[in-house]
Ligand binder design. Structure first.
Ligand code: DHB
Ligand code: FE
Length: 279
């Protein structure tokens, strides 16, 4: 049977991808970030998942404001890196896992999560930057990826409670899939950041670290955080962190934190990374 082994939380700052792609990862501004992910990369290389369910948000790339699905599951054999205005990132094509995608769609929809089904889409920095941070620059990504896109761009995004419950349903679906697959779930976006207006550049270290603590110590507290608290305390784009609750919901009650990294600044964003294993 398939099994979820662990979850990873990580930011997706696009400038990190650009730094890597243009050979600037060793520069003083970026080096601490790539160094800070080193242990996570080593951990992931040892865990060797077959599939990563990658919970992320699209930034008006595959879904512009004409269609904004709350949850959208990728069911494709592959996903091309998107052109976000300066050409696609020079990263490998993202290979999907069709059978597990189809099984997830059926199981989740029969569990009454009315997901949008996406048979073709390009994936933006929300998906490819987490892959770069966690895998470096391989010729091929070392696992299959199932993209699960979440609307955190246009009001109203889903609640933390709904995200956590979706994670629970993902766990059930994976555990009922009859191929021996090692699965890791990524929750991406965040941490605190605001990109526009008077509060641009807002960072809240204390809140972010309490959120990281809560993932292992008290996820039920995090599930109750209202949207307005994310936005007031961590900036408008801090709302991306609800996606980490899908990852947490897909893990067991009993988990252990393996590693955490927190760094300011990465562009306008507090860069956060956590690795959580099922006990
Ligand atoms: C930045 C962060 C994001 O999450 C994003 O989607 C775009 C830009 C930034 O900090 O620059
Ligand atoms: Fe973002």
């Amino acid at each position: 049977m398939a099994k979820i082994l662990a979850g990873v939380g990580t930011s997706h700052v696009p400038a990190i991808g650009a730094a890597l792609d243009t050979g600037k990862a060793g520069e003083p501004y970026w080096k601490p970030i790539f160094d800070g992910y080193q242990r996570s990369r080593e951990w992931l290389a040892k865990v060797k998942p077959d599939v990563v369910i990658l919970v992320y948000n699209d930034h008006g790339t595959a879904f512009a404001l004409d269609v904004v699905p709350t949850f959208a599951l990728g069911i494709a054999a592959e996903y091309q890196p998107a052109d976000e205005g300066w050409g696609p990132r020079p990263v490998p094509v993202v290979k999907g896992h069709l059978e597990l995608s189809r099984h997830l769609a059926e199981s989740l929809i029969f569990d009454e999560f009315d997901l949008a089904i996406v048979n073709e889409m390009a994936v933006d920095h929300g998906l490819t930057v987490p892959l770069s941070l966690m895998c470096g620059q391989p010729a091929e990504w070392p696992f299959k990826v199932i993209p699960l896109a979440v609307n955190v761009v246009q009001y109203p995004p889903p609640t933390g409670k709904r995200c956590f419950a979706l994670g629970r349903a993902i766990r059930k679906a994976v555990e009922n899939f009859d191929q021996d697959l090692r699965v890791v779930v990524f929750g991406t976006g965040g941490m605190s950041h605001q990109l526009h207006g008077e509060r641009a550049g807002l960072i809240n270290r204390e809140w972010d670290n309490q959120f990281l603590d809560g993932l292992t110590q008290d996820p039920q507290r995090l599930v109750k955080i209202p949207h307005v608290e994310y936005m007031r305390e961590t900036g408008a784009e801090g709302i991306e962190m609800v996606m980490w609750l899908i990852m947490r919901g897909a893990l067991n009650d009993n988990v252990k934190e393996v590693y955490r990294f927190y760094h300011v600044p990465g562009s306008n964003t507090a860069v956060g990374n956590i690795v959580i294993e099922n006990k």
